[in-house]
Design a protein around this ligand. Structure first.
Ligand SMILES: *Cc1c(COP(=O)(O)O)cnc(C)c1O
Length: 338
């Protein structure tokens, strides 16, 4: 049994654990998201959802501590459903903001929904689930700037895109020095291709200081995170990936994914098959093909009246080769537009 119950940043080595490795993993990833190592706290999580759970929980405690008011959670209706589930679980008033046809929160709708006398816990979706839209942080921040009385906390849900974006020319979009945010959640089993669900959650010392401390004597410390027992194997696997794939490997993998996503979009365009690919995205969405093709490739369904109704998408991950995509394109070609 190996167990990472405890805080990787204040570890006390009471039993067999990988807390030092966990801390190294967090410290490796920190600069890619614009966190300074001397103002950093984070953990390896069980999943992207677990990271979002920490983002909402830490964000709300931080805001409540500073304002003595309960925040309102704002997230777009195209964001991953875990955010809605977690706002419900944590009993927050949720404002679901309509998204545009690209899957991005509509800034004017955000402004209409803003409640001036309550703190705002905003979740920026970086890679919405179906269309791969990225919320426009500049425009949403400009709206917040018009309401200086609203104390805000920004959590970034970057479960999928947050894995690869730091290794592309789009890296600034997940850099808090360029676009300020307070915490970020990224999955470990998506871009980093771990063999079990896991993720990372990163935030600052300031946010950590504003949490409810639970001084737990048998663990020799204050336990800020939600879970007691945590995986010690997941940090070891991430540590292994960092040392065996590393920044160069991640860069090559990220470039390949985006290149193949663009290639797929161009092929669909050439075929005249309605398709979309948002900037910085590896997710190509298109008019849903016939049932046989949907079954064969396990395509996920969605529906958007504004784009002609039934849609599917392909998330171009590392294992989605050009050969596999070409097979799909051939099937589509042979389906006579159905
Ligand atoms: C996959 C995903 C999640 C959920 O992450 P899990 O690791 O599956 O819990 C949350 N948000 C976004 C944007 C995702 O892509």
């Amino acid at each position: 049994m190996i167990n990472n119950s405890g805080d990787p940043f204040h570890s006390h080595e009471l039993f067999l654990n990988a807390l030092d490795f966990e801390r190294e993993v967090i410290e490796f990833f920190a600069p890619f998201y614009g966190f300074d190592r001397d103002n950093l706290w984070g953990i390896v999580t069980f999943s992207g959802t677990d990271g979002n759970n920490h983002g909402i929980y830490f964000g709300s405690k931080c805001l409540e501590n500073k304002t003595h008011k309960k925040p309102i959670v704002y997230v777009s209706d195209a964001a991953h459903y875990s955010n809605m589930r977690l706002a419900d679980l944590q009993n927050f008033e949720l404002r679901l903001i309509p998204s545009d046809i690209h899957g991005c929160m509509i800034p004017e709708e955000f402004e209409k929904a803003l409640v001036p006398n309550r703190p705002a816990l905003i979740i920026y979706a970086m890679g919405t689930t179906f269309k791969g839209g990225i919320d426009n942080q500049d425009k949403l921040n400009a709206i917040l700037a018009k309401y200086p009385s609203i104390v805000a906390y920004r959590h970034v849900d970057a479960a999928l895109f947050g894995g690869y974006l730091p290794y592309t020319k789009y890296r600034d979009v997940v850099n808090r020095k360029v676009h300020p945010f307070d915490s970020i959640a990224v999955s470990g089993h998506k871009f980093f291709s771990m063999d079990e669900p896991a993720g990372i959650f990163l935030t600052t010392e300031d946010v950590l200081k504003n949490q409810n401390p639970y001084q737990v004597s048998y663990l020799n410390g204050n336990m800020p995170m939600i879970n007691c027992s945590r995986s010690a194997l997941a940090p070891l696997k991430l540590w292994w990936l960092i040392h065996h794939v590393g920044e160069d490997g991640f860069t090559e993998q990220a470039d390949g994914m985006l290149e193949r996503a663009e290639w797929l979009k161009e092929k669909l365009d050439a075929m005249g098959w309605p398709a979309g690919l948002e900037p910085m995205s590896n997710t190509v969405y298109f008019k849903r093909p016939n049932e046989a093709i949907v079954e064969k490739y396990g395509l996920a369904p969605d529906y958007d009246e504004r784009l002609g109704g039934e849609l599917s998408h392909i998330v171009v991950m590392r294992h989605v080769t050009k050969e596999a995509l070409q097979g799909f394109l051939d099937d589509l070609e042979n389906s006579n537009g159905k």
